[in-house]
Ligand binder design. Sequence first.
Ligand code: PLP
Length: 433
Amino acid sequence: MKNQDFIDRDLAVLWHPCTQMKDHEFLPLIPIKSGKGIYLEDFEGNKYLDAISSWWVNLFGHSNEYINSQIKNQLDTLEHVLLAGFTHEQVVKLSERLVKLTPDGLEKCFFADNGSSGVEVALKMSFHYHKNRGENRPYFISLKNSYHGETLGALAVGDVEIYKKIYNEIMIKTIQTPVPTNQTIEATKKPLEDLENLLKSRSHEISGMIVEPMVQCAGSMNMYHSDFLKGVRELTQKYGVHLIADEVATGFGRTGKMFASEHSGISPDFMILSKGLTGGYLALSVVLTTNKIYQEFYCDYNLEKSFLHSHSYTGNALACSAGNATLDIFENENIIENIQDKIQYISDKLEKFKDLPNVKDVRQTGMISAIELQGYKSEERIGLNIYKFGLKNGVLLRPLGNIIYFMPPLIITKSEIDKMIDTAFAGIQELTQ
Ligand SMILES: Cc1ncc(COP(=O)(O)O)c(C=O)c1O
């Protein structure tokens, strides 16, 4: 089989996510035959270093032997059972471990099956909590430039225009408040003042505030100082509004700590996890929350007070076994400690981009780094050209417009970091002369 066979069959029957399908008239799809470690391989034997962890999910490489073995074991035991009225070993074990690992105060796990659904769960729970206490608070706050997924509730708290604008008329009620636009402490001050002013006048109608801790990933990899998150926690507490930490992208070591909230030493009222939760293997998400919130729903028969939200694949046993295998690897291989050296290595390598004339900014938080290019109109599609250059040279980069970023699997080696970063550097040099 050749790539083209699959391309033709695919285009006859598939509609791909986040894609203008007509682009595939000039931009070939890449059918992937297999994956091993941080490489993907197509049907013609071309290999691509997965510098974006297949949309930020993969942590320990493709076809990881240990995770494979744990899923295979589970497959012969129990593949799935509904989680209403039933439970199973893997989901109990995973929940116990997550409660221990996440910041103090997060004691209960509610499962769903993707990041956006996790966001919906947290928003609904937050609103419903206030309802159960006799308060109507129909608004949510989120940060400017934020991204929380594509289902309608998640889209409504997001603020990336290309995804949201067209659907504005069918959105739930949200307010976007300023976010720091760089990583200095100075940049946190005005956004915190603005937030306090907003909360002072409107907290009675606001259920919660949702944030991406430390890095707004889909929002051009905008990064901010940990003091901002600390300030947000203090203010939300002061004004009685929930803080929802969306760690779908930043969780599981991406920022150099297990969870990005740890950089600020805060504990949110809700934490949403997905992506790395299963090491990048299977669709699963979880919302962790406090006993205080849980107790507000705990009562004798009363359908209105109960949280009647469900998804068919909630807490799937295979996905939970991948989750437990992922946490085993974190524990057994001291992953968080071991990536510190790689983070420094990436930081050193990024220095050379700062001398390029068309580089506006270079930023990094842990294993996530980004190079912002300047001087291009959107129709020039500089990101697309870098993407094509990367593929030709065996590296899967997927720029966000003029932002070239790296979010590789945590197991990447130094020589693979060299290949990833040097390829991007060569691409920027060649295409932006
Ligand atoms: C911060 C954040 N929240 C939520 C989501 C949505 O997750 P999913 O794509 O699994 O629905 C994403 C996806 O990229 C994300 O980055």
